[in-house]
Design a protein around this ligand. Structure first.
Ligand code: HEC
Length: 142
């Protein structure tokens, strides 16, 4: 008890120092950020377009409303990334190619994921839009 009381101020001082250092470096690299930084080419309008594509049937059917995950598709909002590190370009790639059965991380899934939304047959612009939406909902994934 006594020991932890003595150590507490030290730990606090150390974490404050670390914080200060990190904040300074970040501020220098990215001046005046106003909200989450979007990847090149991604705009709020593109995300909105992707939202309606996602919820028009194809993606939502497996990944659930707002991508929270469902019986036939993993969550796109939480948990670890399965097929990339979660960069926008990588999400575009995954949606373009799909996930063939042999590449499924969970081999118990009933279906693989077809490229370009399968029957939706999304063109490049639509893939980019729906990937922008997935990017926007997946910032807490790791
Ligand atoms: C038939 C069900 C199904 C449909 C429809 C579907 N997916 Fe998937 N999706 C999956 C499965 C299954 C995986 C891979 C899970 C695994 O590896 O175990 C996956 C993986 C993904 C990943 C990679 C996630 C990661 O962790 O790396 C993204 C991104 C994704 N889907 C987006 C979409 C989008 C956008 C659409 C609509 C255009 C869509 N999916 C349609 C089933 C589906």
């Amino acid at each position: 008890m006594r020991r932890s009381l003595l150590l507490a101020p030290l730990a606090l001082a150390l974490s404050l120092a670390a914080c200060h250092k990190g904040g300074g470096a970040e501020a220098a690299a990215a001046p005046a950020p106003s909200g989450p930084r979007m990847p090149a080419g991604v705009t709020p309008a593109l995300i909105a377009t992707g939202d309606s594509i996602f919820h028009s049937g194809g993606c939502q059917r497996c990944h659930g409303q707002k991508g929270v995950g469902g019986q036939n598709g993993p969550s796109l909002v939480a948990g670890p990334w399965l097929h990339s590190t979660g960069k926008y370009e990588e999400i575009v790639q995954t949606i373009t190619t799909g996930v063939p059965r042999t590449a499924l991380k969970d081999q118990n899934r009933r279906f693989p994921m077809n490229g370009r939304g399968g029957q939706m047959n999304l063109n490049d612009d639509q893939v980019k839009a729906v990937a922008a939406y997935v990017w926007s909902i997946s910032r807490d994934k790791h």
